[in-house]
Design a protein around this ligand. Structure first.
Ligand code: NDP
Length: 274
């Protein structure tokens, strides 16, 4: 992990960059501009979702960037109300059309919900087999959901994208994913901007002449976690990508791990039922 385009090889042989760009809550002109800035700054992985209402603008920014398609890694997600076999296939076509891409790099089940994710996964397997997606994965899956899916399907998810930051280290889930070769990916890696003043992180940041955000993102990738910070601020978009010229010590990583409080900023997947 020396350069921004460095990535990790997923369990199906496809490579995803360690650093991606988040787009939640950014829509219209703002998302068009921020994805354009991110691509110009060298990001090559973009994370969107049907529910973000910005797939068309993300697709537009990608198209006008001139970045060759094969250099890009585009993730989108199936929204909850579309779970189920046929509805998944229909929702996928919508996302693909909006993004203006023939092939999506990674398609994720956005939330496990209660009882439809196995049918949904069958549709995901079909999309994967027919080559409409290069990889399929899940988001917000707890260990019990993953165990259930692994026992009842043939394709192992490449990724589990979950809330993860220094206040929610997710150690047990990380260990489980490592054991099953499921790559962990951190959403809200900056805890939505809430950790910029945290003293332990700030002290490490000042040692390296970096910002707290940069230290957190570096902590992610050194722990083997793919990370997708979001910003609509050009300066921060570039700042968040400038994390490949320093290295945290094992002790500093442990110090940041020690900030865990099992605290979420987003919904708890066990309570977010639909
Ligand atoms: P992040 O943890 O990435 O934080 C984003 C917030 O932090 C914004 O308010 C941003 O402000 C601010 N920020 C960004 N960079 C800096 C910086 N260098 N210094 C200080 N503040 C900064 O939160 P998100 O919730 O957006 O998560 C990231 C991405 O993960 C999402 O955009 C989305 O793609 C994905 N996600 C997936 C979910 C899922 O269920 N699978 C759920 C939630 C998110 P500003 O934009 O104003 O610069």
């Amino acid at each position: 992990m020396k350069r921004m385009t460095d990535g990790t090889v997923l369990n199906n042989g496809v490579t995803i960059p360690w650093l991606g760009f988040g787009t939640w809550k950014a829509t219209g002109e703002q998302v068009l501009e921020s994805v354009t800035t991110a691509l110009a700054a060298g990001y090559r992985s973009i994370d969107t979702a049907a529910i973000y209402g910005n797939e068309a603008e993300v697709g537009q920014a990608i198209k006008s960037s001139g970045v060759p398609r094969e250099e890009l890694f585009v993730t989108t997600k199936l929204w909850n109300e579309h779970q189920g076999y046929d509805s998944t296939l229909r929702a996928f076509e919508e996302s693909r059309k909006k993004l203006g891409l023939d092939v999506i790099d990674l398609y994720l089940i956005h939330w496990p919900g209660t009882n439809k994710y196995k049918d949904t996964w069958k549709a995901f397997e079909r999309l994967y087999e027919e080559g409409s997606v290069r990889a399929i994965g899940v988001s917000n899956f707890q260990i019990r959901h993953l165990e259930d899916l692994l026992q009842n399907s043939s394709v192992v998810p490449v990724i589990n994208q979950v809330e993860l930051h220094p206040r929610l280290v997710q150690k047990e889930l990380h260990d489980f994913c490592l054991k099953h070769r499921i790559q962990l990916e951190a959403w809200s890696p900056l805890m939505q901007g809430q950790l910029t003043q945290e003293p332990v992180i700030a002290a490490i940041a000042s040692k390296y002449g970096k910002s707290s955000a940069q230290v957190i993102l570096r902590w992610d990738i050194q722990k083997g976690i793919v990370t997708i910070p979001k910003s609509v601020t050009a300066e921060r978009i570039r700042e968040n990508a400038d994390i490949f010229d320093f290295e945290l010590t094992a002790e500093e990583i442990a110090q940041i791990d020690g900030l865990n409080q099992d605290k979420r900023v987003g919904p708890d997947p066990d309570q977010f039922v639909f």
